[in-house]
Design a protein around this ligand. Structure first.
Ligand code: ZN
Length: 74
């Protein structure tokens, strides 16, 4: 899963990364841009990307098997 922090004070959001790194980036952004404020904002969690990547080899293997079966029947 990928995590991204969105700043509550401006339009800034961190890149997609691990939970701990996203938090570090958010804290660093607050220290840089909003030094008087307590770090806040919201976290976004992306579940789709890693699953889509892990599904692709399965689809490839299934298609390959279908091709082998189809070629054997001739
Ligand atoms: Zn900000």
């Amino acid at each position: 899963m990928a995590y991204r922090y969105r700043c509550g004070e401006c339009g800034f959001s961190t890149r997609w990364t691990t939970e701990s790194e996203a938090e570090d980036l958010s804290v660093a952004h607050y220290a840089d841009r909003h030094p008087r404020l307590v770090p806040g904002g919201s976290v976004e969690i992306n579940r789709k990307n890693p699953e889509a990547v892990s599904c692709l080899p399965m689809i490839g293997i299934t298609l390959l098997l279908l091709l082998i079966i189809a070629s054997c029947r001739r």
